[in-house]
Design a protein around this ligand. Structure first.
Ligand code: SAH
Length: 361
């Protein structure tokens, strides 16, 4: 039997800032200030339904219930790994699927969220883009991921960090993403400081420049993965029409606008971009930039031919960077048992369904 999906909601999405809640309240003969109270219930106080909003007039709760919807997604799968990582596979109103993850690291409570269904960038080692992009997420759907993940925490814990490193290319959906990240900073809601929000991008120069102009307060992580254009285009096909120089120039402009240290991500693929020569090229390319290099050992994606880097190759690569004075961080693998590398669970669920269909179940 196919996994259940939520029905299409004909009602406006209350979590979407595009819905004019103050206007709706006024039209319903209510004071507009109640909008703030309702938002506080949903974002900060973790209300699940209108029934939880006990200080609102009962009649208003009934009216809201009839006229709007709070949740447009349903939890198709909820997985918990031994290291405390939790992963949600969410069904969207149109039957699409996205993933989001809660990571526990010391006192940090980080969520990793998706910005699109699928991805158009085509990075050859990434599960999210294997089937291309389906659509952008709405602002409400992005906010819903944050709120669903926040509700996995005990009442005395709060989310501390957001990384937009799930499915999709966030800079290809900036207009929906930015209002969601603004909502996450609301002190009445999740109250996450902007400095603790990271946007990870493949590096689309015009969009990076737009972000520099609009709001350079976020921490920017640029997925580099190679130090020369030939190899980068092989790994990140969208590089073909952009080129590393343009990516770095846009990243430098963002750095100037933000004054915050940039991060460059480098997925280490066994026998592909993990040699000492690759490490030395990366050092030369980054030169004297005050950047952090985030080395991510490749997470195996079933069906793809790439290899994890050997321990020896990893150590050698990191040593060369460190000895050259580069700031390096290795992203420890979290939630491996639950395929926490984004994009994998969605494909897994889809392939199970396909297999079941094949068998006529
Ligand atoms: N589109 C954005 C967000 C992608 S996910 C971007 O390109 O930055 C965040 C990071 O995870 C990216 O650096 C991406 O290249 C990396 N990644 C994707 N698949 C991976 C895999 N199988 N193993 C390790 N890292 C992966």
């Amino acid at each position: 039997m196919p996994l259940p999906i939520s029905p299409v909601s004909p009602l406006p999405h209350l979590l979407d800032p595009g819905f004019d809640l103050p206007g709706w309240l006024q039209a319903a003969g209510q004071p507009a200030w109640r909008a703030r109270a309702i938002r506080r219930w949903l974002h900060g106080r973790r209300a699940e339904s209108f029934a939880d909003m006990t200080d609102l007039p009962a009649a208003l709760r009934t009216q809201l219930e009839a006229a709007t919807t709070i949740w447009t997604t349903n939890v198709v799968k909820h997985q918990l790994a031994e290291d405390g990582t939790e992963k949600l596979l969410l069904g969207l109103h149109d039957g699409q699927r996205i993933e989001c993850v809660l990571l526990r690291d010391g006192i940090r409570r980080t969520v990793c969220i998706s910005s699109q269904v699928g991805c158009a960038m085509g990075c050859v080692f990434c599960a999210s883009g294997l089937d291309g992009v389906v659509r952008n997420l709405t602002t409400g759907e992005i906010i819903e991921q944050l709120l669903r993940l926040a509700r996995l925490l005990p009442a005395d814990e709060r989310l501390s960090h957001i990384v937009v490193m799930g499915m999709g290319e966030p800079l290809a959906n900036l207009d929906r993403l930015l209002p969601a990240l603004a909502a996450a900073q609301d002190p009445d809601g999740l109250g996450i400081s902007q400095r603790r929000i990271t946007i990870s991008t493949v590096g689309l120069p015009p969009a990076v420049d737009r972000l520099s102009d609009l709001n350079p307060g976020y921490h920017l992580a640029v997925s580099l993965h190679a130090a020369d254009d030939q190899l980068r285009t092989r790994l990140v096909p969208v590089n073909q029409s952009i080129g590393i120089e343009a990516v770095l120039a846009a990243a430098d402009r963002y750095w100037e606008a933000s004054g915050r240290r940039l991060t460059f991500e480098y997925v280490l693929l066994g026998n592909l971009n993990d040699s000492p020569e690759h490490a030395r090229s990366l050092v030369r390319l980054l030169g004297r930039r005050a950047a952090l290099v985030n080395v991510i050992p490749y997470n195996t994606v079933s069906g793809l031919p790439w290899e994890e880097p050997s321990d020896v190759a990893q150590t050698r690569f990191l040593d060369i960077l460190r000895k050259a004075g580069t700031n390096v961080q290795v992203r420890r693998r979290k939630g491996a048992r639950i395929d926490a590398a984004c994009g994998q669970l969605r494909r897994l669920a889809a392939s199970h369904e396909a297999a079941k269909d094949d068998h006529g179940e």
